[in-house]
Write a protein that binds this ligand. Structure first.
Ligand code: ZN
Ligand code: ZN
Length: 540
């Protein structure tokens, strides 16, 4: 859920440059919610002073909140061609999405945005068109790396050019704001071409169908799989809407030149089993994506049989392990062979390991290091690495910290100077709500103990006008002694009304309150849980 802001100028006349506007994916702790976005309350108040939004690359954790949150900022958006085209394709996929003014800057290009001179410096990553930002200001040069790695042979997309970064280092870098994702891993990552070679080998040895699942945005991987398929005389079928969207943009941008066209999903049924490779969405176990539906025998066009092979050319993002393992187990029970990155080099990360970070620090030789993009453990390992590399100041941040990186008063060093309001917004259906919204708390309670609805009609004299109506959702039908819980509730309702003095029985609010307490008490006594209880009192 990346969102960074850079400010320049004195507090009362400060101008802001926003970098990235991403989402995070919600887990079962926020039932019914798909996406989590950063709370942009601070920026909304500073709307007049925002000079622009810059997008480093097209991953959801960097651009996923654009359609929902851009209207609150209303500023020009600067990015490079593939990222702009992908964001635009996503926008068109959402009915009613606002028109967003993109300023497309060529890769390697430079643009002046308010007091910032912004250079888009190409870097290798797991999506094409990724960039670090060289931010030049009257107070010096700052390098925001974005997501990056070093891979001289990335198959598709940018290469991280040592000469360019060395030149930036020679210009003098005040601070590096750098990716920490793989700061716990030693050495350097293998290259995308190594993955391609292993995929070619696995496909060569497969006797029947092969299906490969990977991230839809990993165009290099899709190209590697397609090349491995063609090397073995197999045709490629793409499955999944997200995959089709990315591939359409990638073809328009020339990233798949030289590859034969992919076959439509209908072709899968009649291609011989040893002549096809399907590339699927759903590597994270997403229940509605192609792979989960295929594993559940619930896909209209694609089925797998015993002896087919499924390759997980991906890493399971923490939090998704259960969903992914469920699919793997279902496939194995169906006799499908499963290959994951546990037993073959079929995936490489898009983020730098320590060996690569050391090279970057060597090229840039920054005065200040600000570790970002990682859990506290990763940030802490990154900070240690920066110190080992001789960086003078290492600034540790938590969300919302505003750091002074430079000042016209040279005696002022880097330090946290303010704390800005931060939080999370939840995309709930078509609505954005605060993470503290009652709706989420109620949903959690409902998921644990259900709800009881009771309706009673009372006469003006305070007598019952008919039998109470009781409805239960999410409660067991019988208690441990075999008694119907609905009956327990009915008895509690009638006993409670009997025990109420006449004047209170004529007051609908008092009746409702007493019944709620009585019903929850009675259910707790037999079940050990207190469900939500709605009592509706009608006076007739
Ligand atoms: Zn990324
Ligand atoms: Zn990222």
């Amino acid at each position: 859920m990346n969102l960074g802001i850079y400010g320049f100028g004195p507090v009362n006349r400060r101008q802001w440059l926003v970098v990235d506007l991403g989402v995070s994916f919600a887990g079962p702790d926020v039932p019914g919610v798909d996406l989590i976005m950063p709370d942009v309350r601070f920026l909304e108040k500073q709307r007049e002073n925002i000079v622009g939004l810059v997008l480093t690359h097209g991953h959801e954790d960097h651009v996923g909140a654009l359609v929902d949150l851009w209207p609150r900022l209303g500023c020009p958006v600067y990015t490079t061609p593939f990222t702009a085209a992908l964001a635009e394709a996503r926008r068109l996929g959402e009915p009613g999405a606002p028109k967003i003014p993109f300023h497309v800057v060529p890769s390697g290009g430079r643009v002046t945005i308010g007091p910032f001179d912004v250079e888009f410096v190409p870097v290798a990553h797991s999506i094409p068109d990724s960039h670090a930002l060289a931010l030049r200001t009257p107070l010096g040069l700052f390098v925001h790396t974005g997501d990056w790695k070093i891979d001289p042979t990335p198959v598709v997309g940018n290469v991280t050019d040592p000469a360019r970064f060395t030149a930036l280092g020679e210009e003098g870098v005040r601070a590096i704001i750098c990716d920490s994702t793989n700061a716990t891993r030693d050495g350097v990552s293998p290259s995308e071409v190594d993955v391609g070679a292993v995929l070619t080998e696995i496909i060569r040895n497969a006797r029947n169908r092969v299906a490969v699942t990977t991230f839809a945005s990993n165009v290099a991987r899709i190209r590697s799989v397609a090349e491995a398929a063609h090397a073995n005389g197999r045709e490629v079928v793409l499955v999944g809407r997200a995959m089709e969207r990315v591939i359409t943009v990638a073809r328009e941008q020339g990233l798949l030149n030289g590859l034969p066209a992919f076959r439509s999903v209908e072709a899968y049924g009649y291609l011989p089993r040893d002549k096809v490779v399907a590339i699927l969405t759903g590597s994270q176990g997403e229940p509605r994506a192609a792979l989960a539906r295929i594993a559940d025998d619930d896909h209209p066009e694609i089925a797998l049989s015993p002896g087919d092979t499924v390759i997980f050319s991906s890493r399971t993002i923490p939090g998704n392990e259960r969903a992914v393992n469920r699919i793997i187990n279902a496939l194995i029970l169906d006799g499908v062979e499963v290959v994951t990155d546990r037993n073959a080099l079929i995936h490489v990360s898009g983020h730098p390991r320590r060996g690569e970070m050391e090279q970057m620090y060597g090229w840039l030789r920054p005065e200040i290091s600000v570790p970002v993009h990682g859990e506290p453990l990763h940030l802490s390992e990154h900070a240690d690495l920066a110190r080992r590399m001789g960086v003078k100041h290492v600034v540790r941040l938590v969300d919302g910290d505003l750091v002074r990186l430079a000042s016209s008063d040279a005696s002022l060093g880097p330090e946290v100077v303010d704390e800005l309001p931060v939080g999370r917004l939840l995309k709930d259906g078509h609505v954005l709500i605060d993470s503290a919204d009652r709706a989420i708390q109620e949903r959690r309670r409902l998921s644990v103990s259900g709800i009881i609805s009771v309706a009673v009609a009372m006469t003006a004299k305070g007598e019952l006008a008919g039998d109470p109506v009781i409805d239960l959702s999410g409660l067991p039908e019988f208690d441990s002694r075999g008694k119907e819980i609905g009956e327990v509730i009915e008895v509690a309702v009638l006993d409670c009304l009997d025990g109420l003095p006449k004047p209170r029985r004529r007051d609908p609010d008092a009746v409702s309150e007493s019944l709620t307490r009585a019903v929850r008490g009675a259910v707790n006594a037999v079940w050990g849980k207190k469900p939500l209880c709605h009592v509706l009192v009608i006076t007739v």
